[in-house]
Write a protein that binds this ligand. Structure first.
Ligand code: ADP
Length: 433
């Protein structure tokens, strides 16, 4: 498609500053803007380079990336970009534990009910990009949530436009729902950094709430949410509550009604629903829930979810991309010999033109020229992707470990390393890939 020269496209730019930086965000933002504007075009998405030559940026910045834009092209003249620059300083802290006790505060009767992360967090950096979904699920979800948050900021009348601040992600296990929720929370914390000085992610451990203190679970839910309420009282803190495997909290009511579960279960669900209803009036909170079993969730909870997104098993394109990124990581870290790993489009083109595919099995890869090796790797990844249909993202990300374990004890042929291998490290081509 051609770009209408009279249109401007919003483009999000993320500038990550180092933990030691004391520079004002506004100053950095303006310098980043100046630097980006000096580029004639923006590649969407991409990493911006060249800022190392600007002293203040070199002293404070770690990375500048061009991230989301609705522009349908992958290159946009900078003059047509409306730059939305988000400066953020990720926290180096890990998770802290939120402990709740049901009966009094006696030690030993406490349950680790939630983990709290300061966002943006360094541990969540890169997670968003590592998740691969079809149909722009990620950016649609992000835009949707972001839009509703902007509406709340604009103080729209709640009686006219209402929104419960609840998002539900459901689908088979291992499809990245928890990771996606965390990554979304991280993205939002970056996007909202100019409005909220910090963001907290509170991850509720549904299982632990139920496991030991079943009869006290209703009270625990209440206690937990009162800490959420406390967090929300800080006006410049944005709070994301993640309820993982929400079905274990809410499946109970159906059972209770059928007379098969004790009434405690009912109390838990009711407590959860009441607390959620209270939270919807807060501007600075978002509840994300994940479920492997949407049928098991209480319908009253489903009714409260504004966005219900199915997250399915990865299709062919996503499988190839997951395997490709795994292979590139192994190459980057010197575990397998360096080779250009083709994109799916490149691999598809080659597979159509390759005359004698079977031959590739017989050839010693080290002796092939650079281009040919790259083509053959693409072909193998293509075939592997076909075989991996129906496998979850979690299993796919485990495959390199299994492949490596399988060949780890095998003797390595004494062949001179080709010039394409990395540095001075001893590298071998894992035959499994
Ligand atoms: P779920 O909550 O759906 O059970 P998780 O969020 O625990 O899944 O994901 C497990 C692992 O699988 C994560 O490390 C994630 O990176 C990986 N994974 C799952 N689906 C995908 C995907 N579509 N793209 C990339 N990685 C994925």
């Amino acid at each position: 498609p051609k770009i209408d020269p009279s249109l401007h496209w919003p483009v999000h730019i993320e500038a990550r500053i180092s933990s030691s930086s004391k520079c004002r965000f506004d100053t950095i933002r303006e310098l980043v803007r100046e630097h980006v504007c000096s580029e004639p075009n923006l590649i969407l998405p991409s990493e911006i380079t060249g800022w190392e030559n600007v002293k203040t940026l070199a002293d404070n910045i770690e990375r500048i990336t061009v991230t989301e834009s609705a522009c349908p092209l992958n290159i946009l003249p900078t003059s047509q970009a409306e730059l939305l620059i988000h400066v953020y300083q990720p926290s180096d802290e890990g998770a802290s534990e939120e402990v709740a006790s049901a009966s009094g505060d006696s030690p030993g009767e406490e349950v680790m009910a939630a983990s709290v992360y300061e966002l943006p967090s360094r541990t969540l950096e890169g997670l968003w990009d590592s998740l691969i979904y079809p149909d722009e699920i990620k950016s649609k979800l992000l835009n949707y949530i972001y839009a509703t948050l902007l509406l709340s900021e604009a103080d729209v009348d709640f009686n006219v436009i209402s929104w419960n601040r609840v998002v539900l992600l459901h689908g088979p296990p291992g499809t990245g729902k928890t990771s996606l929720s965390r990554a979304l929370a991280q993205k939002l914390s970056i996007r909202l950094s100019s409005r909220y000085s910090h963001t907290r992610l509170l991850e509720i451990n549904s299982h632990s709430l139920f496991s030991r203190w079943f009869s006290e679970s209703g009270k625990l839910v209440q206690k937990l949410f009162s800490s959420v309420n406390e967090l929300c009282e800080e006006e410049d803190c944005f709070v994301v509550v993640l309820i993982d495997e929400v079905e274990s909290l809410t499946a109970a009511r159906t059972g209770a009604m059928a007379g098969t579960e004790p009434s405690d279960a009912l109390r838990v669900v009711n407590a959860l629903l009441t607390q959620l209803d209270k939270l919807r009036h807060k501007k600075n909170v978002l509840v994300m829930a994940t479920s492997n079993l949407v049928q098991a969730i209480d319908s009253a909870f489903i009714d409260r979810a504004d966005i219900i997104q199915y997250v399915g098993l990865p299709p062919r394109e996503a499988i190839y991309e997951i395997l490709r990124t795994c292979l590139m990581e192994l190459i980057k870290k010197g575990v397998v010999a360096a080779v250009d790993v083709p994109t799916l489009i490149q691999a598809d083109v080659y597979s159509k033109t390759a005359r004698d595919v079977g031959q590739s099995e017989q050839v010693d890869h080290i002796l092939l020229d650079h281009r040919e090796r790259s083509n053959r790797v693409g072909l193998r990844l293509l075939r592997l992707s076909e075989k991996c249909k129906g496998i979850s993202g979690r299993t796919l990300r485990r495959l390199p470990v299994l492949a490596h374990a399988r060949y780890i004890g095998d003797p390595i042929p004494l062949v001179k390393q080709s010039s394409t291998t990395t540095g001075g490290a001893t590298v071998s081509v894992s035959p499994g890939l």
